[in-house]
Design a protein around this ligand. Structure first.
Ligand code: MN
Ligand code: MN
Length: 386
């Protein structure tokens, strides 16, 4: 469905011996355009949105925003939407209330400053000539018709994502970091792909790189990690490499090892009280391993086995990879999850491993270039383990 990807490098050993898997997710928190999005209010045209994933809604106002996605039409054609990334493109935005009139708003809890239904995207302000009613909306529709050959009903079968516009940028005078949208989890997805493509000779065990969708909303749906496409693909590979049996498939999955490549919460000196420093990921100190995630006493977590972790320490040390062990903030401070627990259902060894991020899930997140580099080297070393 164009939303998830699996890459395999077939190893020397039979698949039954298990795979070395690195898995990241390629969806990020954002706003999605609703199915009946376009309306006009007081001479401005808007797209109504529904936010996707865990966001602080107040962070998504008063920012230049871009649109990415597809419009699928009844005749079977699919048009790609990409507006706001080219410097000559227009951008969209959600307005915020001016500070001068914000006395009431400033008294609100942060979770209520901007509520979900206020995330309405300004998409137009010019009326169509000779149009009496909703002339601004009519003009937007006219532009959309010219550009995409679409009618208003085609929004029903469109998927348009609203994200911060513009490129990732070097951060700091020393350019040691990158400020960008969607580091969670591209900062793990890219080094994962880079690592499997960097394998120079046939690995001992079959290597797999999975890039999954829908992690930010619970790994659900046909493209989320809870769908069985990974299992099905391994079954297909077993079929192609000899005789398929259910037992061989189960053994292949059980004997696999996995790095669930997802971002870790970087220690933020500005919010030090949310972290326990001895077990926090520090930016620049290498690729992170999280033995467990979860919340409230490790609830919902994949808790990796000590023996597996010991083998990873040996692997990373032998390869000269710089790494650190961390957990997601102070005990009882909050929590989160990844795709790790889903693959662990097969009985394979899984641990979370990724790059530390500041401002996770904000429109612009911060990572260290050194950590990104160590992640790639760590993933490469892991895939070559025997
Ligand atoms: Mn993530
Ligand atoms: Mn996330």
């Amino acid at each position: 469905m164009g939303k998830a990807l699996q890459l395999y490098y077939i190893g020397r050993q039979p698949l039954e011996k298990g795979l070395n898997i690195i898995g990241a997710h390629i969806d990020s928190p954002r706003m999605d355009v609703k199915q009946n999005p376009l309306y006009e209010d007081t001479d401005l045209a808007y797209f109504d949105t529904h936010y996707y994933g865990g966001i602080k809604k107040y962070q998504w106002v008063a920012l230049p925003l871009a649109l990415h996605g597809v419009i699928a039409k009844k005749d079977g054609t699919v048009v790609t939407v990409n507006v706001g990334e080219d410097e000559n493109d227009p951008v969209m935005c959600v307005s915020d209330l001016l500070i001068h009139l914000s006395h009431e708003q400033m008294e609100k809890k942060a979770s209520q400053v901007i509520d979900g239904e206020m995330l309405n995207l300004i998409v137009g302000g010019r009326p169509l000539e000779n149009e009496e009613k909703d002339a601004v909306k009519a003009n937007v529709l006219k532009i959309l018709c010219e550009k995409y050959g679409m009618a208003e009903e085609d929004f029903l079968s469109a998927e348009i994502e609203v994200v911060p516009a513009g490129k990732a940028r070097d951060l700091g005078f020393d350019r040691s970091m990158i400020l960008g949208y969607g580091h969670d989890d591209r900062v793990c997805a890219f080094p994962s792909v880079d690592a499997i493509l960097s394998l120079k000779e046939t690995p001992e065990r079959t290597c797999c790189c999975i890039l999954a969708d829908k992690e930010e909303i619970g790994s659900v749906g046909a493209t989320g990690m809870q769908a069985h496409y990974f299992e099905n693909a391994v079954a297909e590979l077993i079929g192609l490499s000899g005789t398929y049996s259910d037992l061989i498939l189960r053994r292949a999955l059980r004997n696999s090892r996995m790095l669930s490549c997802d971002v870790s919460a970087g220690f933020d000196p500005n919010f030090a009280s949310a972290f326990e420093k001895n077990n926090a990921a520090i930016l620049g100190r290498g690729v992170c391993f999280n033995k467990f995630t979860g919340r409230g006493g490790k609830g919902g977590s994949n808790d990796a086995n000590a023996e597996f972790i010991a083998s990873l320490r040996a692997c990373m040390d032998d390869a000269g990879v710089t790494y650190q062990f961390a957990e997601l903030g102070k005990v009882d401070q909050g929590g989160g999850g990844t795709i790790a627990y889903i693959c662990a259902l097969y009985g394979m060894d899984v641990i979370d491993s990724g790059v530390a991020v500041l401002s996770m899930h904000a429109p612009y997140e911060v990572i260290s270039k050194a950590d990104l580099y160590e992640a790639k080297m760590g993933y490469l070393a892991f895939m070559q383990t025997k």
